[in-house]
Design a binder for this molecule. Structure first.
Ligand SMILES: [Zn+2]
Length: 661
C-alpha cells in the first residue's frame, strides 16, 4: 500500500486560545493558523455570530449561508511565515436543530457548553479537511473542559494538544467531577455530573481492559487519553479519545461490556482510520463486529446475536426499505441500522470464517498500519482484508456492497440411502431470486453422537450435493449457527417468553391444592401482567380445559396437576425434569433452592411455559422481573432473593433448513 510517506507535512495547524464567558454565553478566541501550502488566497468559514479580524492578512466576506449561519471568508496578502493570526468573538446561539439523540447542535449555558465543527466555532478550511491543533481555554469556576487529546491543567486554564490529524475540534464543558488514572502512557478519565466513585471506578477498569484488548488485537491505542463523559442528553457518541454517554445510559449495568467497548473501538475505526464515505461507511459494521459481536462471543451468545442481526434485516430492510451497503452513511432509523450495522457485521463475520482468525487478524492489523490517520473507503478495507488470499475482492464488493437484497436459501430435497459400505446423503439447495456465490456450513449429526460441519459451495440457483459416510447420519442442518448473511425464514425463531407474552390470550393455570399464600401470589402475578399485556386469563388446574391454538398456557407452581401431564413438552436433550431437581445441560438445580422458567421448545405447537416455584415472595418478585427476559427461553433464579443465575436463548427447533432421518 503506497501512501504519502511524510505523514503530517501537508497538515494545517490551529494554535487556538479561547476565553469562555458562561455568564453571557459568549466566547472570544485567537487562532494562529499555520498553512502548509503556498497559495496566495485561501477560503475559510466561521459561524456568523462571530466578529472576526486578522492582524496579518486581508479578510473579506465572500458569501453567507443564512440557514447554516455560516460566513465564508477569503484570506489574501498572506504573510511569508505562512501563519495567519485571527481574532474572533461572539455569542453562542443555541439552535433548535438536533441530531439522533435530540441534542442541540451547539449550546452554551450555565449547565453545559457543546461546540463541534458543525457549528463552525473555529475557522474551517475546506482545502484542509484534516489538521492538527493545540487548544488552550480558561476553565469556568467548578467546571471541566474537554477536547481531543491529553489535557494539561494549571490554575483555571487547560491546554489540549492534538498532534494527530483530526477532522473536528470539540470544545465541551460542564460542572463535572473528574476521576482519573494513568495506564501506561494513556490517561483514563471519567467525568460525572454528580460524585459517584464506584461508577467511575467501573468505567476506568473497563476502559483499561478494552483498550488493552484492542491494542493487542489491532495496534496501539492511537490517543493519549480516553474519557467517559456523562451527558444530560441521552447520547451514545464516540469522539476521538472520549465518549459522550447519557446519564441514564451510563448507569445501565450492561453498557460497560456493550456500548463502552464499541465507543472505545471507534478510536481505531472512524476516529483513527477516517471514513471515506463515497462508497459507504464501513466503520459501524466493523466496530459492531469487533466489539458487540466479540463480546457476545465471550458470553457464548454469538449465535443468538447473529440470528437477531438477520432478524432485524428481515423485519426492517429486506422487503420495504432495502438499499445497498455502499449507500450507507449513518444510522437514522431501523432500516439503516439493519444495513449499516447488521448486514455489514455479517460480511466481516463471513470473511473471518473464510480467512481464518489468524489471517483476518494479520490483515486487519495491516489495514490499521496502512490507513492510520488517513481516510479509507469500504473497498479499500475489503482489499486489505483479502490481501494475500485467493479470494477475489471485486466479486465480494459487487455481491455484498453494491447489490441490494440477501440470499434466500431453501433446502428443497434430502435423502439418505444405505449403501454397501455406509450411507449416501444427498441434498438439494435452491436460491430464490438472483443467485449469490456462497460458502454455507452444513452440520451433520451422526447416530453415534459425532458431529461434523461440511462447507457447501453454492453458486447456482439450484444445486445438488452428495456425501458418503461410514456412519449413519440422523440429522442435517444448513447454517445452524447463522454464519451466513441471508434472508431468515420466519420459522427460524426460537421459543421465548416473548412468544407467550405476545399471544392473543395468556392462560395462567394456578395450583388449587397449594397454600393460600401461594395462590394469592399467583393472583398478584396475573393482575400485574394483565396491566402490562391485557391478555391474561387465570384459571385453576381443576378448571383447565385445552384451548384454541392462539392461546399460550403458563403452568404455575410445582404442585400443579397439569405438570405431570405436560412434562414431556418441557423436556428436551438439554432440559430434564426429575422429582426434586431440574437438569439444564450439565448443571442440576434443586427445586427447593431455585425458581425455574422452562418452555416448550417446539414452535409448531401453541406456546407452553412453566414457572417452577412455590414460594410466594419469589412469585411476587418474578411477576415484576420476567417481562424483562422477553427474548430468553430458559431462566433460573435463586429462590427468595429471585436473583437471576441462568438466562439462555433456546435453539431453533424446527428450522426449514433442518432434516432428521
Ligand atoms: Zn458506532
Amino acid at each position: 500500500m503506497l501512501l504519502t510517506s511524510v505523514l503530517h507535512a501537508g497538515l494545517l495547524h490551529h494554535e487556538l486560545s479561547v476565553q469562555l464567558y458562561s455568564e453571557n454565553s459568549s466566547i472570544s478566541a485567537e487562532d494562529i493558523i499555520t498553512l502548509p501550502g503556498n497559495e496566495d488566497k485561501l477560503i475559510f468559514s466561521l459561524n456568523d455570530a462571530f466578529e472576526v479580524s486578522s492582524q496579518n492578512a486581508e479578510l473579506e466576506i465572500i458569501s453567507h449561508s443564512a440557514n447554516r449561519r455560516i460566513n465564508v471568508y477569503q484570506l489574501s496578502r498572506l504573510s511569508e511565515d505562512r501563519k495567519v493570526h485571527l481574532k474572533y468573538r461572539g455569542k453562542i446561539i443555541e439552535n433548535s436543530r438536533s441530531g439522533l439523540f435530540g441534542m442541540p447542535e451547539r449550546l452554551f449555558n450555565e449547565k453545559m457548553l457543546y461546540l463541534d465543527g458543525r457549528s463552525h466555532w473555529y475557522p474551517v478550511f475546506p482545502a484542509y479537511p484534516n489538521f492538527t491543533f493545540n487548544l488552550e481555554s480558561n476553565v469556568p469556576q467548578g467546571w471541566e473542559i474537554i477536547s481531543q487529546g491529553k489535557g494539561t491543567r494549571s490554575a483555571n486554564q487547560i491546554k489540549y494538544q492534538m498532534p494527530r490529524p483530526q477532522d473536528d475540534i470539540y470544545l465541551i464543558g460542564a460542572p463535572w467531577k473528574r476521576y482519573a488514572k494513568s495506564s501506561g502512557d494513556v490517561e483514563l478519565e471519567v467525568y460525572l455530573l454528580n460524585e459517584n466513585q464506584a461508577l467511575a471506578q467501573r468505567y476506568i477498569d473497563a476502559s483499561e481492559k478494552y483498550i488493552g484488548i484492542y491494542s493487542n488485537w489491532v495496534g496501539s491505542y492511537p490517543y493519549k487519553k480516553f474519557a467517559v463523559v456523562e451527558n444530560s442528553w441521552q447520547t451514545g457518541y464516540g469522539m476521538p479519545s472520549f465518549t459522550l454517554l447519557g446519564s441514564n445510559v451510563i448507569r445501565l449495568p450492561f453498557i460497560v461490556y456493550t456500548s463502552l467497548p464499541h465507543e472505545i473501538l471507534h478510536n481505531w475505526w472512524g476516529n483513527g482510520v477516517f471514513i471515506d464515505f463515497t462508497k459507504g461507511n464501513w466503520s459501524e459494521g466493523l466496530t459492531a463486529y469487533m466489539a458487540d459481536h466479540f463480546s457476545s462471543m465471550q458470553r457464548q451468545q454469538d449465535n443468538e446475536y447473529r440470528r437477531k442481526a438477520l432478524e432485524r434485516y428481515a423485519n426492517f430492510a429486506a422487503r420495504q426499505n432495502d438499499f445497498a451497503l455502499k449507500d450507507f452513511t449513518s444510522r437514522h432509523n431501523e432500516a439503516s441500522q439493519a444495513i449499516g450495522y447488521s448486514k455489514s457485521l455479517m460480511l466481516f463475520h463471513m470473511l473471518r470464517n473464510r480467512l481464518g482468525e489468524e489471517t483476518f487478524n494479520k490483515n486487519i492489523q495491516s489495514f490499521w498500519k496502512d490507513f492510520k490517520f488517513h481516510s479509507a473507503s469500504f473497498p479499500e478495507l475489503i482489499n486489505s482484508l483479502l490481501e494475500g488470499t485467493e479470494l477475489d475482492a471485486n466479486s465480494f464488493i459487487s455481491q455484498w456492497l453494491n447489490r441490494t437484497g440477501a440470499p434466500e436459501i431453501m433446502l428443497t430435497e434430502s435423502s439418505l440411502k444405505k449403501s454397501t459400505d455406509g450411507f449416501e446423503l444427498s441434498i438439494q439447495l435452491e436460491q430464490q431470486g438472483d443467485s449469490y456465490q456462497l460458502f454455507i456450513p452444513m452440520q451433520v449429526i451422526f447416530k453415534n453422537g459425532n458431529t461434523i460441519t461440511e462447507q457447501l459451495k453454492l453458486t447456482d440457483k439450484s444445486q445438488q450435493f452428495n456425501f458418503s459416510y461410514e456412519h449413519q447420519p440422523v440429522e442435517i442442518q444448513i447454517d445452524p449457527d447463522f454464519d451466513i448473511f441471508r434472508l431468515l425464514n420466519p420459522q427460524e425463531k426460537p421459543a421465548s417468553l416473548g412468544r407467550l407474552f405476545g399471544a392473543k390470550t395468556q392462560l395462567l393455570v394456578y395450583p388449587e391444592g397449594s397454600s393460600k399464600e401461594e395462590q394469592n401470589a399467583w393472583h398478584h402475578l396475573a393482575a400485574s401482567w394483565n396491566k402490562k399485556y391485557d391478555n391474561i386469563r387465570l384459571v385453576s388446574d381443576s378448571e383447565f380445559n385445552p384451548l384454541s391454538a392462539d392461546t399460550a398456557v403458563w403452568i404455575l407452581g410445582w404442585n400443579n396437576k397439569l405438570l405431570q401431564k405436560h412434562k414431556g413438552r418441557l423436556t428436551s436433550e438439554s432440559q430434564k425434569m426429575h422429582p426434586q431437581s431440574v437438569q439444564i445441560d450439565k448443571d442440576t438445580f434443586q427445586i427447593t433452592e431455585h425458581a425455574l422458567v422452562l418452555l416448550d421448545n417446539d414452535t409448531r405447537r401453541s406456546p407452553l411455559g412453566f414457572i417452577g416455584t412455590s414460594n410466594a415472595s419469589t412469585i411476587i418478585k418474578l411477576a415484576r422481573k420476567l417481562p424483562h427476559y422477553n427474548s430468553y427461553g430458559r431462566l433460573v433464579f435463586e429462590n427468595h432473593s429471585a436473583s437471576n443465575i441462568v438466562k439462555q436463548h433456546l435453539k431453533v427447533s424446527n428450522s426449514p433448513l433442518k432434516r432428521s432421518f
